[in-house]
Write a protein that binds this ligand. Structure first.
Ligand SMILES: [Mg+2]
Length: 250
């Protein structure tokens, strides 16, 4: 039985908020033809469509958007977990954004997605240069880790994880990418899973799924990658040949 290949999108299959590299897309298409591939994104479908070519979106076996709170197969929603966030939490997040000493604000600071609030001090309208500048500063002063600590302390029913380069994802406790593992192991019992993600460190939004996959079976594999070039290389070395098993229609 062959392996289900599961990929984070931003930073794992593409550069941050960039379109997929054309040569990589060509190669990745063949991977999608040889394996059952699943995508797991913190973003929603419109953002995913900006980053990935249509034919790849058409070839994959399933897409989990909004950190696994939504699953789509062949463009149809299989499930969608909605949540109404309390006003004191959204107010707290807005205050955190306002109070930050970071000098640049680009707009679109709190974005509601299915089951998730995505919060960014610099704002989601930041261009690549502004993103990189925030990302660098955040590494030095740990602003996002501070935000995460504050959220979890004041709102114990919620959890927060670092998402991408500039934001933090807030969800009800337990509503994180690890849900993808539950879903896949129910739908495809006994299948091996390999998961690729660029945010696998403590507090990273790929970590909960990485841990769940690792703990699920010693045959599973987790690949913390540096960037999409790293993913490309690992796929070439380990997953470029193997044919789909007969069980693929399971
Ligand atoms: Mg990522």
């Amino acid at each position: 039985m062959d392996t289900l290949l599961v990929f984070d999108v931003d930073g794992t299959l593409t550069g941050p908020r960039r379109r997929m590299h054309e040569d990589f897309a060509r190669f990745f298409k063949s991977v999608c033809q040889n394996y059952q591939v699943f995508l797991v994104s913190g973003s929603d479908m419109p953002k995913l469509e900006e980053q990935l070519p249509k034919d790849i979106i058409g070839l994959v076996a399933g897409i989990f958007t909004c950190s696994g709170n939504e699953m789509l197969v062949d463009g149809q929603a299989v499930y969608r977990m909605e949540h109404l966030f309390p006003d004191d939490l959204t107010g707290f997040l807005a205050n955190f954004v306002d109070a930050s000493r970071y000098p640049v604000r680009t707009g679109n600071h709190i974005e509601a997605r299915t089951g998730t609030l995505n919060v960014s001090v610099v704002g989601r309208n930041a261009d690549p240069k502004q993103r990189m500048a925030y990302f660098t500063r955040d590494k030095e002063n740990g602003e996002r880790q501070k935000m995460i600590g504050d959220i979890m302390e004041r709102f114990p029913d919620y959890e927060a994880n670092v998402g991408g380069q500039i934001s933090v994802d807030v969800t009800p406790r337990g509503w994180n990418k690890s849900r993808v593992f539950q879903e896949l192991s129910q739908r495809y019992p006994g299948r091996k899973i390999a998961f690729f993600g660029d945010n696998m460190h403590t507090g990273g939004n790929d970590r909960p799924l990485g841990d769940a996959v690792k703990n699920g079976s010693s045959d599973n594999k987790v690949f913390p990658v540096e960037d999409h070039y790293d993913t490309w290389k690992i796929l070439q070395e380990q997953y470029s040949q193997s044919p789909k098993s007969q069980s693929q229609v399971a």
